[in-house]
Design a protein around this ligand. Structure first.
Ligand code: SF4
Length: 593
């Protein structure tokens, strides 16, 4: 049975030492998002900047990690290089299971290493290893090297590392997790960079016992059957999320060429089917996931001075294809994969990087920036130029690329062009579905399309009732928050209803938590917003660039009045729910905090 107290490893890179803390709070915050906010409240410093050595970098898993299918994600929480506020990023891969096998609910890293280092942690050991020779090394090469250096516990081992983008503190720097997964958004890689941390190796070298009795086994079989033998998850492993490209283009909701249009006949060569037919090699999966939605394609490169080719594997999904493809006017699947491979190596978030380069292309067209800034001329559709520009952006080769790496709006403030910067809190996700999504992403907790179901509702609903729409956003959020507190893959949200989660929690012996799932969801939602607001979140300070008001979707032109009213009302409701202290300090179930 899982223990109720959280077992947290706190590492101070300044001293190279760590300690285990046992914390109460399981029945208040569950784990994942809730645990991360709890830990930030304990270790975060609201009076210090995001890059102060004291600020924590937090990795947290949930109570069902390792016990049920698709409980495969980890929450990474930190003060963002992008907006300096508390934020989260989520990733799959092997990390969640490695932490479970290392008997850790969370890893908290504070301090700054004296030299570029790799942190290695396991069930009973901790090491901070000097890896100064890895400076500027790309994330791919660093991953391969760390795998060889720390071969122990390879079965449940997870390897995190940053590329050059993280080392230079780019707000678009991601943390590469194992193969093909990332803590992509909001600049988590920069936090590792300022801590002088090139890599983190989690060796899951311990063990844990499954719950005794037949009830758990029966429930596990039922959940497993649902995710593998029914249609609930089929779309994720067949064409994968790339299957969305055609549908969103048909709905005039797919951003093309810096969102200058939302549909294009060139989609014919860029559908999920086209990617699968031309490039797909195989599917991959996060640990503990029998679905395997990770689509891995191939590219081949001619070996210099030789007639032979080397083959590389590159993962693709809907969002990276939108960012490195349609947003840049690139319509050849292999060319998209080449750009993505470069982004992977330099360690930048593909979505942020692609959207930023789309802005830079339009800024070039309008004469706001020149080759002096971009070094390589940028034109929509010129994939080779984008491959070079992605490298320049990740490595920050000049003042322009370093500024762009801190966010498109930062570059636009210096060079002009803020009106066509496709930024909704951060560089947009690939859903130009209309007003509700634009408002929801702008104010969403992670500025992610998965913060709410706005992108999905808007593909079916043309209504323009502000009250109903904001009610939907507010009502939809707790269900997502409880899943990210477990930490489930959000693709499994139709499987893990509140009722099913309660059954699963009871099966691992967490009866009190099982009895208060909706209350915990509401509590964590409020705690997360309170944490965010305490670090500077202000809905009124976030603006929506003019480009979004010029969009036309299947519902017709965007309504300025409706979009502004949605943003205002949603911001007001977020502040109101965060200000409601009624349930904040009251213990849920039997346990205090
Ligand atoms: S569905 Fe995909 S992202 Fe989700 S856990 Fe499985 S492999 Fe990972």
């Amino acid at each position: 049975m899982i223990r109720e107290a959280f077992r947290v490893l706190c590492v101070d890179l300044g001293t190279g030492k760590g300690r285990i803390e046992l914390l109460d709070g399981r029945n208040l915050v569950a784990g994942g998002s809730g645990l991360a906010a709890l830990l930030d409240g304990r270790y975060g410093k609201n009076d210090l900047p995001w890059d102060a050595a004291e600020q924590p970098l937090i990795f947290a898993i949930g109570p069902l990690t390792g016990y049920f299918p698709l409980m495969s994600k980890t929450v990474c929480a930190f003060r963002s290089a992008y907006h300096h506020q508390y934020t989260e990023s989520h990733a799959g891969g092997r990390l969640a299971h490695a932490l479970r096998f290392a008997d850790l609910d969370a890893l908290v890293i504070t301090g700054r290493a004296g030299r570029l280092s790799c942190l290695v942690v396991g069930d009973r050991h901790l090491e901070v290893k000097d890896v100064g020779f890895m400076r500027s090394m790309d994330a791919d090469a660093a991953g391969k090297l760390l795998r060889r250096m720390f071969a122990k516990g390879s079965g449940h081992r997870s390897i995190l590392r940053i590329g050059p983008a993280g080392e230079i503190g780019s707000a678009m720097a991601c943390i590469n997790v194992d193969s093909y997964r990332h803590f992509g958004r909001m600049g988590g890689g920069a936090v590792m960079g300022v801590k002088n941390l090139k890599g983190i190796v989690v060796q899951g070298d311990g063990d844990f016992a499954g719950p005794a009795g037949s009830a758990y086994a029966r429930l596990f079989r039922e959940v497993y059957r649902q995710v593998t033998a029914t249609d609930m998850m089929r779309k994720y492993y067949s064409l994968g999320t790339a299957g969305n490209l055609q549908g969103l283009n048909d709905l005039q909701s797919l951003p093309w060429c810096n969102l200058q249009r939302t549909s294009d006949p060139a989609i014919a060569g860029m559908t999920g089917q086209a990617f699968a037919d031309a490039t797909l090699l195989r599917n991959g999966a996060c640990s503990g996931c029998p679905v395997g939605c990770i689509h891995i394609g191939y590219i081949r490169e001619k070996i210099t001075g030789d007639n032979r080719y080397s083959y590389h594997q590159v993962a693709y999904d809907y969002e990276p294809i939108f960012a490195a493809g349609t947003m840049l006017g690139v319509t050849d699947p292999f060319a998209v994969l080449r750009i993505l491979e470069t982004m992977e190596k330099v360690g930048i978030d593909a979505m942020s990087g692609g959207v930023a380069l789309a802005w830079a292309t339009e800024a070039t067209q309008r004469g706001l920036i020149s080759r002096e800034q971009t070094v390589v001329p940028l034109r929509f559709g010129d994939a080779a130029a984008y491959q070079q520009a992605a490298e320049f952006l990740g490595r920050g080769i000049n003042d322009f690329y370093r500024l762009l790496g801190m966010g498109t709006l930062r570059a636009a403030a210096a060079y002009g062009g803020g009106e066509f910067a496709c930024v909704l809190g951060q560089e947009m996700a690939g859903y130009a579905t209309g007003e509700l999504f634009f408002a929801a992403q702008t104010l969403g907790f992670r500025h992610s399309h998965l913060d709410t179901g706005a992108y999905s509702r808007e593909q079916k609903n043309a209504g323009r009732d502000v009250g109903q729409a904001v009610d939907f956003l507010i009502a939809d959020e707790p269900g997502r928050v409880i899943l990210t507190s477990m930490v489930a893959c959000l693709f499994a949200r139709s499987v893990y209803t509140d009722t099913r989660l309660a059954e699963c929690l009871a099966a691992v012996g967490l009866d009190t938590l099982a009895g208060s799932v909706p209350e915990v969801a509401e509590h964590v939602r409020r705690l997360r917003w309170q944490t965010r607001i305490a670090t500077g979140f202000d809905p009124d300070a976030l603006t929506i660039p003019k480009r979004f008001y010029d969009v036309r979707t299947w519902k017709g032109p965007v309504s300025r009045e409706y979009l502004d009213a949605l943003k205002q009302e949603y911001g007001r409701r977020i502040l109101r729910l965060a200000a409601d202290r009624s349930g904040s300090d009251a213990p849920l179930g039997k346990e205090g905090n």
